[in-house]
Design a protein around this ligand. Structure first.
Ligand code: AMP
Ligand code: MG
Length: 310
């Protein structure tokens, strides 16, 4: 993006409205978790020796510090699990850097720098955190409709309060009925957010817990926006048993050395069962505003494969 374009878009009324919504989304999500559910906000981690391997290819972004190599955070999954030793219910507005493949620059959903509200609860089940996420989304939308109805009206957005419980579709059923592109098709058809559950083990990372009663099926879930806005969130129960972690790492063709300090930590201190999820803030704002592209609602957007002067 040219500097001139960059400068011009800053004075657009639409961007100003989006930033007001963005600010209120953060406030209401934080209010809900802190005031209604007793969660503690923890500061984000920016650089670390361990970060999320993710299930899709992203280029590693690293910094050299005092002769050591750190990665920039792709998600706080490992830190959230480890933080369960200190706190029972946590969340963080976690900035993530993911150098997504260039093909993703036109999806309308991908930035290389974004923030997710990353939530984790000790000894919680998938059911508990699905319930929590539904309440969080409903609370935030209700508050936005109370406070920002003028903005939403002015951009022509007729936002509805979703009905609880959100519908659920199992991964295998979605694949069977809609084919490979099930997420896009289901999202386009849907009028309300819905859950995709029981995702297949090959589709996710080793830290998502396998259902002990259904081998190959994970105790995880994705929240999908309606109207074609696509994925809102991923989450689930976490693997906490070391022997399972080893098995799952091997199954992915990875090695424990790739996660050295995480494994060392688990060996010495263990992990506590937990479940959680992360909701991308920019995508949430895009959905609320009914925007075409996540870049349109982001103050300093960076799309995959492009250079931005500021
Ligand atoms: P994940 O754990 O990979 O599902 O990421 C958590 C959430 O962050 C997703 O459900 C999205 O809402 C958001 N997210 C993931 N990748 C991106 C991206 N490249 N740009 C914007 N938001 C993203
Ligand atoms: Mg996901």
């Amino acid at each position: 993006m040219k500097l001139e374009q960059y400068g011009k878009r800053l004075s657009s009324p639409y961007l100003r409205k989006a930033m007001k919504i963005h600010s209120d989304v953060r406030k209401f999500m934080s209010d809900f978790l802190k005031n209604e559910r007793d969660f503690v906000e923890i500061p984000p981690v920016i650089i670390s020796a361990i970060t999320d391997p993710l299930n899709h290819p992203t280029t590693k972004s690293q910094v050299q510090v005092y002769g050591y190599t750190y990665e920039l955070t792709k998600s706080m999954i490992f830190h959230k699990q480890i933080a369960m030793h200190a706190l029972d219910k946590i969340f963080s507005f976690s900035p993530n850097i993911r150098l997504e493949p260039t093909e993703r620059k036109k999806t309308g959903r991908h930035l290389i720098e974004f923030t997710q509200i990353d939530v984790e609860q000790k000894n919680a089940s998938r059911e508990d955190v699905m319930n929590l996420a539904e309440d969080l989304v409903i609370y935030t939308i209700k508050k936005l409709l109370e406070k920002d109805s003028d903005i939403l009206k002015s951009v022509g957005r007729d936002l509805k309060i979703p009905t609880k419980p959100f519908k659920r579709i199992a991964y295998a059923e979605a694949l069977k009925n809609y084919g490979e592109d099930f997420e896009t098709k289901l999202s386009k058809e849907a009028k309300e957010p819905f859950w995709l559950i029981d995702i297949e083990i090959t589709e996710r990372e080793f830290y998502d817990r396998e259902d002990p009663t259904r081998p190959g099926i994970l105790l995880d879930m994705d929240l999908i926006y309606p109207e074609g806005f696509g994925e809102a969130s991923s989450g689930g129960e976490r693997e906490y048993e070391l022997d399972q972690i080893y098995k799952r790492i091997a199954k992915k063709g990875q090695t424990p050395e790739q996660f050295k300090w995480y494994i060392e930590f688990v060996k010495k201190f263990g992990l506590i069962p937990s479940a959680g999820f992360g909701i991308g803030i920019e995508r949430f704002v895009r959905f609320v505003m009914g925007a075409k592209d996540v870049k349109d609602v982001t103050l300093f957007p960076k799309a995959p494969g492009e250079y931005y002067p500021i």
